[in-house]
Design a protein around this ligand. Structure first.
Ligand code: COA
Length: 151
């Protein structure tokens, strides 16, 4: 498994991976334009995990608005490649990209596979609150907010 900076050619295979991840609930709603969803405003960097020619995971790092803390975003791993350290390796790459700074992220309460991983990696829970978006069912999920000083 290798971690590399995301290239334009990775987008189509990543959308395929994202579709299978979405069938398990992330993201809660399928984006109208999944390629644009992978490229949110303020993206500082994005990394992919590959195994041979296969793209198996992704993470992004963004500054959502000027003056805001960098934020981990769009972390996902191909469902049948989980539990083997792929997300760990992706987070290593994203955290290495901003040494000495505080980084934040938020994660829904209902995805313990994700927030357990963050807590194991030293991310600190700073609060909880309602999301500013709702699921296709209309339900507003509760988010857990995390921060970490990296590097
Ligand atoms: C959350 C997610 C990214 C984790 O990906 P992953 O590649 O399975 O993560 P890792 O393999 O690095 O770690 C997962 C578990 O496998 C374990 N693991 C890691 N390497 C391992 C290995 N070589 N052998 C056995 N287990 C291993 C880890 O200890 C970890 O266990 P824990 O969560 O109980 O601490 C993945 O489940 C996912 O894509 N979920 C859907 C999308 C999502 O929720 N994204 C987060 C949005 S904020």
């Amino acid at each position: 498994m290798h971690i590399t900076a995301r290239a334009a050619a990775d987008i189509d295979p990543l959308v395929e991976v994202l579709w299978r991840v979405h069938l398990g609930g992330y993201p809660a709603g399928w984006p109208d334009d999944p390629a644009a969803w992978l490229d949110p405003d303020g993206l500082l960097g994005a990394w992919v995990a590959t195994d041979g020619d296969e793209v198996i995971g992704h993470v992004g790092l963004t500054v959502p608005a000027p003056g805001r803390m960098p934020s981990i975003t769009r972390l996902f791993v191909e469902p049948d490649r989980r539990g083997a350290g792929v997300a760990d390796a992706l987070l290593d790459a994203a955290e290495r990209a901003c040494p000495g700074t505080h980084v934040r992220l938020d994660v829904t309460e209902e995805t313990p596979a994700a927030w357990r991983l963050y807590e194991r990696r030293g991310w600190r829970l700073t609060g909880r609150g309602p999301a500013d978006w709702c699921k296709p069912t209309g339900e507003v999920p509760t988010l857990r907010y995390y921060a970490k000083r990296v590097g």
